[in-house]
Design a protein around this ligand. Structure first.
Ligand SMILES: Cc1cc2nc3c(=O)[nH]c(=O)nc-3n(C[C@H](O)[C@H](O)[C@H](O)COP(=O)(O)O)c2cc1C
Length: 377
C-alpha cells in the first residue's frame, strides 16, 4: 500500500498490533504489519531481554514500543514510590473484600513478595528509564497512553528520529496531544480492550480529524473494535491512516492468554466486554466475570481505588484466581477475566497471528473491490 505512514515506518500494510507478547509483535511485523510491544510492567533490564529476542527473530522488519505514563494518578508528583510503600495505603476493606471473594471460591490469596526496589505499578520514572534502554534497539515508533506523553518522551523521540504516537479517547485529548507535539494519534473508541473513553470509534475518527485540522494534521490511526480487514477499510474510508488493534491478537496461538481465557472469549458476546474501574482504578474494558460482577454489583463491594492502588488488590488476586482455575477449580474459572474489547463477540477461533494479518489484507481488498463495484455498476 502507498501511504505517507507506510513510507514513514517502512511497512507494507498499516495494521498495527499492540501486544504484551513478543511473539505476536514478531509475527505481525514479519507478515507486513507493525507490531507494538506493550512495555508496561517492564524495567530497563527486562526490556533489553525482550527486544534482543525480537531483534533476533523479526528479520529486520520494523516494530514499536508502547509505554503507559498516566498523567493523573494518586501518586502523581511523588518520587521513588515503591510497591511495598504503596501497600500501606491500601484500605483493609479492599483487601478483605478481595480475600473473601477468593475464599468463597476456595482460592487462597498468594502473598506478593516484592523486593524493596520494586516500583509502584505504572511508575513514570521506570517507564522513562525503560524507554531509554529500548533506544539501544532499532525501535521505529514509541507510543503512550493515558495522557500527554511527558516532555522527555517527546524529546527522546526527536533525538532518535522516531515518531511519537499517543492514544486518545476524545477530541479534546487529540487537540492537547497535537499541540504538545505528538506525531501520530491513535483515536481509540470505547469499544476497545483496556483503558478507554466513552465515544465510539465510528464517531471519534471524524471528530478527531476535524478537530486537529486547523492545528496540525498528523496521521490518525483508528482503534477500538477492529477485528477484520473490512472494518479496517471502513475506518480508512473515514480518513484514518490505518488500524491500531489489540483484542484480535488475544485469540492467536502466539498470545499470552491462557487456554481458559481463550475458551471464555469464544463463548462471549460483545456485551460481555464491560468498562469498569475496579481492575486498575480507571475505566478499562475487560471480560465480565464473577470477579468483575462482584466488584461492580455486590452491596459489600467497597468500589474502586484510584490508580495505582487498585492494581495492588486486583493483580495479586487475579493471579491466584488464574492459578486455581488452571488447577481445575470451576469457581475460579468463573472469576477469570482479562482486558478485551467489544470485538470479543467476533472471536470464534484461535488462529496464528500471521494468518490474522493475511486475512486482514484479503478482507481489506474485498471491501475496496465491493465498494468500487457499486460505483462502476
Ligand atoms: C490485553 C490488553 C492490554 C492493553 N494494554 C495496553 C497498554 O498497556 N498500553 C496501551 O497503550 N494500550 C493498551 N491496550 C489498548 C490497545 O493499545 C488498543 O488501543 C486496543 O486494544 C484497541 O482496541 P481493540 O482491543 O478493540 O482492538 C491494551 C489492550 C488489550 C486488549
Amino acid at each position: 500500500m502507498k501511504s505517507q505512514l507506510c513510507d514513514m515506518l517502512g511497512i507494507e500494510f498499516p495494521l498495527f498490533a499492540f501486544s504484551h507478547c513478543r511473539d505476536v509483535v514478531v509475527a505481525v511485523s514479519r507478515a507486513g504489519g507493525f507490531g507494538v510491544l506493550g512495555a508496561t510492567g517492564h524495567d530497563p533490564r527486562s526490556i533489553r531481554t525482550e527486544l534482543k529476542w525480537i531483534d533476533e527473530h523479526i528479520g529486520g522488519k520494523p516494530y514499536g514500543l508502547d509505554i503507559l505514563v498516566p498523567e493523573n494518578m494518586a501518586t502523581a508528583g511523588e518520587r521513588g514510590v515503591t510497591y511495598n510503600s504503596l501497600k500501606s495505603r491500601v484500605p483493609t476493606e479492599h483487601q478483605d473484600f478481595a480475600r473473601s471473594l477468593l475464599a468463597g471460591a476456595g482460592v487462597e490469596l498468594a502473598p506478593v513478595e516484592a523486593s524493596d526496589d520494586r516500583p509502584q505499578p505504572f511508575d513514570p520514572e521506570t517507564a522513562l528509564r525503560t524507554l531509554e534502554a529500548a533506544f539501544d534497539h532499532p525501535i521505529k515508533l514509541i507510543a503512550n497512553a493515558l495522557g500527554v506523553p511527558p516532555p522527555q518522551m517527546i524529546e527522546m523521540g526527536r533525538a532518535h528520529g522516531v515518531p511519537v504516537a499517543a492514544l486518545v479517547g476524545a477530541k479534546e485529548h487529540a487537540i492537547r496531544q497535537v499541540s504538545a507535539g505528538v506525531d501520530i494519534l491513535v483515536a481509540q473508541g470505547t469499544e476497545a480492550g483496556g483503558h478507554c473513553g466513552e465515544v465510539t470509534t465510528m464517531v471519534l475518527i471524524p471528530e478527531v480529524l476535524k478537530a486537529i485540522k486547523p492545528i496540525r494534521e498528523v496521521p490518525v490511526l483508528a482503534a477500538g473494535g477492529i477485528m477484520n480487514g473490512r472494518q479496517m477499510a471502513a475506518c480508512m474510508a473515514m480518513g484514518a491512516a490505518g488500524a491500531w488493534t489489540g483484542s484480535v491478537w488475544l485469540a492467536t496461538r502466539e498470545s499470552e492468554t491462557s487456554e481458559i481465557f481463550r475458551e471464555k472469549m469464544i463463548e462471549a458476546s460483545s456485551r460481555d466486554a464491560v468498562r469498569v474501574k475496579t481492575r486498575t482504578g480507571k475505566p478499562a474494558r475487560q471480560l465480565r466475570s464473577a470477579w468483575t460482577e462482584a466488584w461492580e454489583r455486590s452491596p459489600q463491594s467497597p468500589g474502586a481505588l484510584p490508580m495505582p492502588l487498585m492494581s495492588l488488590v486486583s493483580e495479586a488476586a487475579l493471579r491466584s484466581v488464574n492459578r486455581a482455575a488452571e488447577a481445575g477449580n470451576p469457581k475460579a474459572r468463573e472469576m477469570v477475566t482479562y482486558f478485551v474489547g467489544q470485538g470479543v463477540g467476533l472471536i470464534d477461533s484461535v488462529r496464528s497471528a500471521g494468518q490474522v494479518v493475511q486475512e486482514f489484507k484479503e478482507e481489506f481488498l474485498e471491501a475496496i473491490e465491493s465498494l468500487n463495484g457499486l460505483v462502476e455498476a
